[in-house]
Design a protein around this ligand. Structure first.
Ligand SMILES: [Zn+2]
Length: 271
């Protein structure tokens, strides 16, 4: 099986970049895996920016891959799509500024990908599974490979490393490769979270008019009830949650301010 581990799809998410560089030096060996490493967005990595022109992880739609626009990430996506043609399984490393621990994101309904996520979630207390099946902004890098998991780790600021998260992620990543190498199977039902919607900040004429409420901040994967405070405006006016209970994730994710998402709503399910 040909497996690629990618970091630096977002150039300011340092954990994945330095983990890929470390493993390129350490060259871990798995007898049944041809392992490759990828630093996905070199220009953005060099400048420690999320991207140069567009979000690379929204640049793999059919339209983007066929576009001849002078957009660095569109050009890069074509190169990566070609390079990943032979790849069976992609493990894509990201960080989040939200308090999400180690989240294994599944972006397609694929049994092999789900199998790995389930084993990791059963073995590690800080690993959760998040299914993000509808992505209407334009496709993730995962869309050009048959099987994949995305590992989102946080909380950590953009452009910053966190040693505890780094070593915890390395352990989970090596175990994921070990599972693929041994073709381990999991037949148990495992808890997961399905993204169902997003909620934007309060805005006036497009400009942000409030912040995540202090009582919500850092409470990713904790049940949010109707009546709980979610936003607070700059003059102190509070906004309360008015929908049925759900589990919020990506709360106050820095990269999503521009996407119009203050947090995402999920429902708990089993996989
Ligand atoms: Zn990212």
């Amino acid at each position: 099986m040909r497996v690629t581990v990618s970091g630096g799809v977002h150039g300011n998410e340092l954990l994945g970049i330095y983990l890929v560089k470390l493993l390129q030096r350490e060259e871990p060996h798995f007898e049944n895996i041809a392992l490759e490493f990828l630093l996905a967005n070199p220009k953005a990595i060099a400048q420690c920016r999320r991207y140069i022109d567009r979000d690379l992880n929204r640049s793999f739609s059919k339209e983007a891959l066929e576009s001849d626009a002078a957009i660095y990430e569109y050009e890069r996506a074509k190169v990566l799509a070609k390079r990943l043609e032979q790849c069976d399984f992609l493990i894509d490393l990201h960080t989040t500024t939200a308090n999400m621990g180690i989240t294994v994101v599944l972006s397609s309904d694929d049994a092999l990908s789900a199998n790995i996520a389930k084993i990791l979630a059963l073995e590690y207390e800080n690993v959760r599974i998040l299914r993000w099946l509808s992505n209407d902004e334009g496709a993730f890098i995962n869309s050009v490979v048959p099987h994949s998991i995305t590992i989102e780790v946080g909380p950590v600021c953009q452009g910053v490393l966190d040693a505890n998260l780094f070593f915890a992620t390395k352990k989970v990543l090596l175990r994921a490769l070990d599972i693929l190498n041994k073709e381990e199977r999991c037949d148990e039902k495992v808890e997961c979270y399905d993204i169902v919607d997003a909620r934007d900040f309060p805005r006036i004429d497009g400009e942000i008019a409030g912040m995540i409420h202090p009582e919500l901040l850092g409470r990713d994967y904790e049940l949010l009830h109707p009546g709980d405070p979610i936003f607070i405006e700059f003059d102190g006016k509070e906004h309360f949650f008015e929908e049925e209970s759900c589990y919020p994730v990506f709360i106050n994710e820095a990269a999503y301010y521009e996407k119009g998402a203050a947090f995402y709503l999920t429902k708990k399910s089993t996989l």
